[in-house]
Design a protein around this ligand. Structure first.
Ligand code: FE
Length: 341
């Protein structure tokens, strides 16, 4: 047999290792399919960056509702690989209907604090958002906790959206986890008695109501403060309120999440894993959180300068799974307190 000169051997070795790399890449398909409740303006810049870095094409189906129903209907033939959504309740629904598969890696576990991912590695948070209490500047600087919403000194001064909106259900669930059912029911009844009007509208609508002097205090997610400030018409509403981070002297402010999960029958699971890891990378986290004025789930990535200007805060360390566990009880209590009536 002819002896291969050393230099040629080296080239052969390089080719051999290159082909190992390319066969690893070939395992990951050239595309990944995403079902998203998150809007295009938010995720498209991320997916463009992902495709640029990996060559994997991202196909997205945007929806406002019905993701779980669609996945259940499609069953094993579903093209969905990755699911993106907001609110813990939606992730838990996907989980409880057995529509997710487990995936974990050191990258994911290191990037995401344990309270913001499922114990069984089916879903992971990507961003967090605080349930703030907005207060009229005309009240001066006040220190207001969730418990204070039941204080009779705020009689006729509070506005909120429906108690049955996912954001409020999660807050009530966190109250049950902290104070128990009986105390939470009393809190809800007194909070209801303090409302200036029947629960209605959106979080931003309540700040508008403060601007119109219909009330002085409201509940609202943190990112809406940024969105109002950026909106020509709504800026004046935001300029009239302070954004308060409740319960800073005890358990911390209630936080909810937006998150991701891999679909149970993901046909492109290798590409899906690459996308999941990309979404928790420092660059993606910065871009994701900045675009929607949320907080990156990674603690080593700063929020945008605007969001950071609202101050640092202590977040309730209650695992999101515990909040989800009390969701049904929370709904029952909201009904019992006739909160929306
Ligand atoms: Fe929202």
């Amino acid at each position: 047999m002819q002896k291969i000169p050393f230099i040629q051997k080296k080239i052969l070795l390089i080719f051999a290792s290159l082909s190992i790399i390319s066969s690893t890449l070939a395992q990951a398909s050239e595309e990944v399919n995403v079902y998203s409740y998150r809007q295009a303006f938010l995720v498209e810049p991320l997916f463009d960056k992902f495709t640029e870095e990996t060559g994997i094409k991202v196909n997205v189906i945007f929806a406002k509702k019905g993701m779980a129903e669609r996945l259940a209907r499609e069953g094993k033939h579903s093209p969905a690989d990755i699911l993106l959504t907001t609110d813990i309740s939606r992730l838990i629904e996907l989980h409880d209907r057995d529509l997710l598969q487990t995936y974990s890696s050191k990258t994911l576990l290191d990037a995401i604090p344990s309270q913001y991912r499922s114990k069984d590695n089916t879903w992971y948070a990507l961003t967090t958002r605080v349930r703030n209490i907005y207060s009229a500047k005309r009240l001066g600087v006040i220190n207001v906790n969730y418990e204070d919403l039941a204080d009779s000194k705020y009689k006729g001064k509070i506005c909120t959206r429906s108690g049955k909106h996912a954001y409020n259900i999660a807050l009530v669930a966190s109250m049950i986890a902290t104070h128990g059912k009986a105390e939470t029911l009393v809190w809800l009844e007194k909070f209801k008695a303090n409302l200036a009007r029947k629960p209605q509208g959106s979080d931003r609508g309540q700040v508008q109501a403060i601007h119109q002097k219909l009330c002085d205090i409201s509940l609202g997610n943190s990112y809406y403060f940024g969105k109002m400030l950026a909106d020509e018409k709504q800026k004046v509403w935001a300029d009239g309120v302070y954004i308060n981070f409740p319960n800073q002297s005890n358990r911390g402010a209630h936080v909810n999440i937006s998150g991701m999960a891999m679909a149970k029958y993901a046909p492109n699971s290798e590409s899906a894993k690459i996308l999941m890891e990309f979404l928790v990378s420092k660059d993606a986290q910065k871009l994701y959180a900045e675009t929607n004025m949320e907080y990156p789930v990674r603690t080593d990535v700063m929020p945008s300068a605007l969001v950071a200007s609202w101050g640092t805060f202590k977040a309730d360390s209650l695992p999101l799974e515990t909040i989800a566990k009390y969701r049904k009880e929370a709904l029952k209590l909201i009904d019992q307190a006739k909160f929306d009536l």
